[in-house]
Design a protein around this ligand. Structure first.
Ligand code: RAM
Length: 360
């Protein structure tokens, strides 16, 4: 075979099969060849908490949606942490929150580029699995953050807070604001979003408590984390349900659009709105009386923890098994929980009293 056709065959092999395999068959150097002791222990399935933190790694961030201010802040947190750790950051992603095929192709691109780890926020739990498993076969560590895939398709999931904490508190806040009585609706993101769907299930469960017997969930609408669609969905909810007393929107894009609609309408202050928003987006709606309280975590910390977990995995300090611990820089020590889940902490509730203390 002539050299050029060997090269072509190798490139084709790399595109369809395990990159490590293709590189070996074609005489290339794989990441296996350059692995240190910590890496070997991890490859054997064992964590070595004393392994040195590797430098010079590349971690690719694939958010649910680029240009969403929430992910801009989260990914910046990841970038800053990687810089501190002496590793590199790159970000790829789709501008729509419902472009699952686009996300799959970005996973494949990062695999072909042989990054050391990926931090992925999944638009759909199952859709990325095949591509992520292929990446893991190529010794690329996978961390999901914000929105998970299935546990066997990644090494660890960085959860912003427990789904229980996030789901129940939103219902509690809404019920309090409407005096435990009346029709409510949910304005979510994409219909497939793992995180929002997990929180909605918990909200429904919370609503089963007899103390909410007079609170009725009449509809779950989807704004796809698209500002215009979320705005229109809010308008639609109020037209369809004239007795609506409140909207819970567990998405930063949704709550902002709903607040925008309500604050310019006759419903301002009458139809209550709570959910998950950034203080910078929501400040003006708190001040003008559209919103009393909403919550969130610090997205930059979520991104930082995703980056530090990715590096700990790639360094062999952890493998993603329950009970393993590692130090995430100044953020302190974290323990991996059931199904490889690492919890960032508890969400913060923002009201007129504290919203000015936060800048994200
Ligand atoms: C949006 C996204 C993200 C979610 C936040 C609260 O930005 O849907 O996944 O965690 O809202």
């Amino acid at each position: 075979m002539r050299k050029s056709s060997i090269r072509r065959t190798c490139a084709a092999l790399a595109a369809v099969t395990s990159l490590a395999l293709a590189a070996t068959a074609c005489g290339g150097t794989t990441k296996e060849d350059v692995k240190d002791e910590g890496g070997k222990a991890a490859a054997a399935g064992k964590a070595d908490p004393n392994a040195e933190t590797k430098k010079g790694l590349t971690v690719g961030f694939l958010p649910k949606q680029v240009n969403n201010p929430y992910f801009t802040v989260a990914d910046k947190g990841g970038e800053k942490a990687l810089k501190e750790l002496g590793s590199s950051y790159k970000e790829v992603g789709t501008s729509s929150g419902t472009d699952t095929a686009g996300q799959v192709s970005y996973v494949n691109t990062l695999t072909q580029q042989q990054v050391d780890a990926m931090a992925v926020s999944a638009q759909d739990p199952g859709a990325l699995c095949t591509a992520l498993k292929q990446a893991m076969k190529n010794d690329i560590k996978i961390v999901t953050y914000d929105s998970d895939t299935n546990p066997d398709c990644r090494n660890a999931f960085i959860s912003q807070a427990s789904a229980d904490d996030i789901g129940r508190t939103q219902v509690q806040q809404m019920a309090e604001q409407i005096g435990n009585k009346g029709e409510i609706a949910i304005l979510s993101a994409a219909q497939t979003a793992t995180n929002q769907n997990a929180w909605i299930e918990i909200m429904k469960d919370e609503l089963k408590d007899p103390k909410y017997k007079d609170v009725k969930l009449v509809k779950v609408a989807y704004g796809d984390d698209d500002a215009q669609k979320s705005f229109q969905q809010t308008q639609g909810l109020l037209q369809e349900h004239p007795n609506l007393k409140g909207i819970i929107s567990p998405t930063t894009v949704g709550i902002k659009a709903a607040a925008q609609y309500l604050s310019g309408s006759k419903y301002k202050g009458k139809v209550k709105l709570t959910g998950l928003g950034t203080p910078n987006d929501m400040r003006k709606y708190v001040k003008n009386g559209t919103v009393e309280a909403f919550e969130l975590w610090d997205p930059a910390k979520l991104g930082e923890l995703a980056a530090r977990t990715a590096v700990a995995l790639a360094s062999g300090q952890i493998t993603g098994k329950e009970g393993e611990t590692f130090t995430a820089g100044a953020m302190g020590e974290y323990t991996i929980g059931k199904d490889g889940v690492i919890n960032l902490g508890k969400p913060t509730v923002f009201t007129a009293d504290n919203v000015d203390q936060f800048n994200f």
